[in-house]
Design a binder for this molecule. Structure first.
Ligand code: MLT
Length: 402
């Protein structure tokens, strides 16, 4: 094969995808430590089983699939109306946001949606991304050739970084250079901090004034416990003309393995909405019926109670992590409105070095902060999605051995 046919931009990606790198490191460690008793607080993968309301809905839907008159083949690429309507009733109406079901696009994951959305934009569109943040925004734009090259300081030459640090209280400033696409993530993965109304309004006003588009990832919104904090970008006046929002059932309802999410493209965005529809119809055949019935079930009164109980358990775990690390004298952020704890490493230890040290001394896995961007250097992310008793053991080891 002639290599000139290959997309050259993949070579610009540094190493492998963050969580693949971590998985490889764990495997290597296990290879040399036969009896390793590793506690994984790295990738943000849920550990609680699906709630009874979801299981019941799945069973019922499976039975329907076995009967000629209720069997379903291809569903609508945009999602069944029953789920699009349930999402609006369950997520947006209670927060005073009006939404048209046609603006809801059900999918098999926010990771895919945030990575795929960049196909709609010009190859030379300039992007801004928070630093640190979920690596998929950057990596998918590197693959598309939109980022320039990687510099020695860890930044890509054509990307505008929005530093989100303790110094600015994790409320980034507006982009310093003109940009057309702005990624925002709130609650932020990895810092676990939330963008307040004032910050979001600033970005919405900027976008409307300059013609930029905000790509707002709200995958963790259900962990926000202060009802005054915005859950959706559409709670901010002016957002419908400048923002797309991504939401997921992965972290809300334990669907990381089941796969279901949705993206809101308001009809005020005109052409973009029809382009996303065209893209989905061409490249995606919809989420299966059983899964969509399962997702719908979280919005029933019992489903919502059960969902809230699971979220509370994870947040109790987050509180334990915060408390224990703080009692050891560490500085931590997040974990109050998000299932991630952002741990400031003492003596500015490099975060990948700390990963190795933590694994070797405590057999505990976390995620190195620098994997989320240059501003993550010197930090470490722990997830509260682990089993609570195991997490307590991990913290005990950290207390005793670190
Ligand atoms: C994470 O650990 O950041 C998440 O699990 C990644 C994801 O949701 O894809």
């Amino acid at each position: 094969m002639n290599e000139s046919i290959i997309n050259p931009y993949y070579d610009r990606l540094p190493g492998s995808y963050l969580f693949s790198t971590i998985a490889k490191k764990i495997k290597e460690y296990q290879g040399t430590h036969e009896n390793a008793d590793i506690i994984r607080l790295g990738i943000g993968d849920v550990t609680s089983p699906l709630i009874p309301a979801v299981i019941e809905a799945m069973h019922k839907a499976v039975n329907e699939m076995g009967v000629k008159w209720t069997f379903r083949g291809y569903g609508p690429e945009q999602g069944y109306d029953f789920l699009r309507e349930a999402i609006i009733r369950g997520e947006y109406t209670p927060r005073g946001v009006e939404m048209d079901p046609d603006d809801v696009f059900v999918s098999d994951g926010s990771k895919c949606d945030v990575a795929n959305i960049q196909e709609l934009f010009a190859a030379d569109a300039k992007i801004a991304i928070p630093d640190p943040v979920y690596p998929v925004y950057l990596d998918s734009n590197v693959m598309a050739g939109r980022t320039g090259t990687l510099q020695a300081d860890g930044h890509f030459s054509e990307v505008t970084y929005l530093a989100s640090t303790a110094e600015n209280n994790f409320q980034p400033d507006l982009p310093k250079n003109p940009v057309q696409l702005i990624y925002l993530c709130s609650p932020n993965n990895p810092t676990g901090t939330v963008l307040n109304r004032e910050t979001l309004q600033k970005f919405v006003d900027y976008a409307n004034e300059t013609g930029a588009l905000i790509l707002f990832d709200g995958a963790y919104n259900c962990y926000i416990r202060d009802e005054n904090l915005p859950h959706s970008i559409y709670e901010i006046p002016g957002a419908r003309t400048c923002a797309i929002e991504f939401r997921s059932f992965s972290k809300t309802a334990g669907f990381t393995g089941v796969r279901c999410a949705y993206t809101i493209v308001p009809h005020e965005l005109g052409k973009l909405r029809s382009m996303w529809n065209r893209r989905q119809c061409t490249k995606f055949n919809g989420v299966n019926y059983v899964t969509q019935r399962a997702a719908e079930a979280i919005y029933t009164p019992e489903g919502w109670e059960q969902t809230k109980a699971v979220i509370k358990d994870y947040m109790d775990t987050a509180a334990i992590i915060r408390k224990e690390l703080t009692s050891c004298g560490y500085t931590v952020f997040g974990g109050e409105h998000a299932p991630y704890i952002w741990w400031k490493l003492p003596e500015n230890e490099k975060s990948f070095d700390f990963f190795d040290r933590l694994l070797a001394t405590c057999e505990v896995v976390g995620t190195p902060g620098s994997g989320f961007g240059p501003c993550g250097e010197g930090y470490f992310r722990l997830t509260a999605f682990g089993d609570q008793e195991q997490t307590k053991v991990a913290l005990q080891r950290i207390k005793e051995r670190l």
